[in-house]
Ligand binder design. Structure first.
Ligand code: HEC
Length: 116
């Protein structure tokens, strides 16, 4: 019985690993379509702030607040043209307000540029 339980846990771990890989793909799709034109292909900055190695160190809640409400980690209003995605929704899919899964995916994707 213990062995079956152990196998189930390992199975769950593998499934989580796979889901994580898919999340990065989803995060990339979301980033390329909605953020890249201002923040750069590697989140290095452009019209928008550099995100790699900076906002990637924020808590998820602070990141979420920035994307949805246009507020930084000290709750100060971000400068335009950072969109208030919580109000206007995404460009692609048009008008969809990003949910926690979307935000976690894109946050994880942006973090992949931290080390470069
Ligand atoms: C139209 C251009 C534009 C688009 C599109 C855009 N941003 Fe921004 N973003 C900005 C600008 C400009 C700032 C900097 C505002 C400031 O310095 O106060 C910013 C700031 C941020 C910050 C805070 C960074 C910091 O250090 O203060 C985060 C996080 C962020 N953007 C995430 C995103 C994400 C995620 C997307 C896509 C869902 C996105 N942005 C799309 C222009 C944009």
């Amino acid at each position: 019985m213990k062995m079956i339980f152990g196998a189930a846990i390992i199975g769950l771990g593998l499934m989580t690993g796979l889901a994580y890989a898919e999340d990065l793909d989803a995060g990339k799709t979301l980033f390329v379509a909605n953020c890249q034109k201002c923040h750069g292909a590697r989140a290095q900055g452009g019209v928008g702030a550099k995100l790699a190695g900076d906002a990637t160190k924020w808590t998820f809640e602070a990141f979420k607040n920035a994307v949805l409400n246009g507020r930084d980690d000290e709750n100060r209003a971000l400068k335009k043209p950072m969109p208030l995605f919580g109000q206007v929704g995404l460009t692609v899919p048009a008008g969809k307000v990003p949910d926690d899964t979307d935000l976690q995916n894109v946050f994880a994707y942006i973090k992949t540029f931290d080390k470069k």
